[in-house]
Design a protein around this ligand. Structure first.
Ligand SMILES: [Cu+2]
Length: 291
């Protein structure tokens, strides 16, 4: 087994500096606390150009024997549209019936027990909880980015834009990220080329050299989530290297996923925020590391 901190991790060095964090009212959901847009200062940091892939996560598990929460629980949530028509009945989530509780779904079996990660080695690892992500970080000598670092990196130096490339969802009709097309959740036309996860580096990187900072999979951040984070930051919390509230129940997730669609969830914008409990794992949550 390799000693902690010795993994070969590709990182992009970013200079830090000041940027405008958050999104103005109008685009998002008031309960997410995307605003107010406020100036944040960051020290230099490094961040991975892509989310952690199945191949990379396999290296960690091979080296350490690590077992994820979904593996020990024996099930995880898979998007209904990714299950074959003849799949045995599954239980759904009442408020989100398109999420099916699938026995044997975990990072090694991303769309259920009949699938294997080796077929999608260059896709983002999914079905990893925040705690699983932290375990990978400890092994690889990395950490999760703070929410502020994530957003700084995702924006790619563009000031107050909606997406890593500008303001337009599909500039000149071109798909720049892996989100949902069609009628959610039943009709998935996958016009962008992908019904589920896409391999990392499927779409052009932003100006910082980062791939898929919008769409594809949600990315865990280090911070606790609060819809008041930015409002508090106006008064108390530091404008330099903010690290979120001191405690909470949910961890921040950023970037949106292949299931985001304008009709019900447009959180594929770089200023958008979401959160989940640290023990949550689903087929559309992954992470990228920082240092
Ligand atoms: Cu979404």
């Amino acid at each position: 087994m390799r000693p902690d901190g010795d993994a070969d991790v590709e990182l992009v060095e970013l200079p830090g500096g000041e940027f405008w964090m958050g999104a103005a009212d109008g685009d998002g959901y008031p309960s997410d606390g995307e605003g107010p847009v406020h100036a944040v200062q960051l020290h230099p940091f490094s961040i991975a150009p892509t989310t952690v892939t199945n191949a990379q996560f396999a290296e960690f598990c091979d080296a350490t024997g690590y077992v994820t929460l979904a593996e020990s629980d024996g099930w995880s949530f898979v998007f209904a549209g990714l299950l074959p028509d003849d799949f045995p009945p599954t239980r759904g989530v009442a408020a989100a019936p398109w999420w099916r509780q699938v026995e044997g779904a975990d990072w090694r079996h991303p769309a259920g027990p009949h699938t294997t990660f080796t077929d999608v080695a260059d896709h983002p690892v999914v079905h990893v909880s925040w705690d699983d992500a932290m375990a990978y970080c400890r092994w690889s000598g990395t950490r999760l980015p703070t929410e502020a670092e994530w957003e700084f990196a995702a924006r790619g130096g563009l000031d107050r834009r909606r997406f890593p490339w500008g303001d337009e969802l599909e500039p000149e009709g071109e798909h720049r990220m892996n989100v949902f097309q069609g009628q959610f959740p039943g009709v998935n036309t996958a016009v962008d080329g992908f019904a589920g996860t896409a391999p990392v580096r499927s779409f052009p990187p932003n100006a910082h050299g980062l791939y898929e900072t919008s769409g594809n999979v949600w990315e865990w951040c280090a911070d606790w989530f609060s819809p008041d984070t930015y409002r508090e930051s106006e008064r108390r919390s530091p404008r330099v290297d903010p690290a979120g509230p001191p405690g909470g129940t949910h961890r921040v997730m950023r970037g949106g996923s292949y299931l985001c669609h304008d009709s019900y969830c447009n959180r594929y914008r770089v200023g958008a925020r979401s959160a989940n409990t640290p023990d949550s794992a689903t087929g559309n949550i992954g992470f990228r590391v920082a240092r």
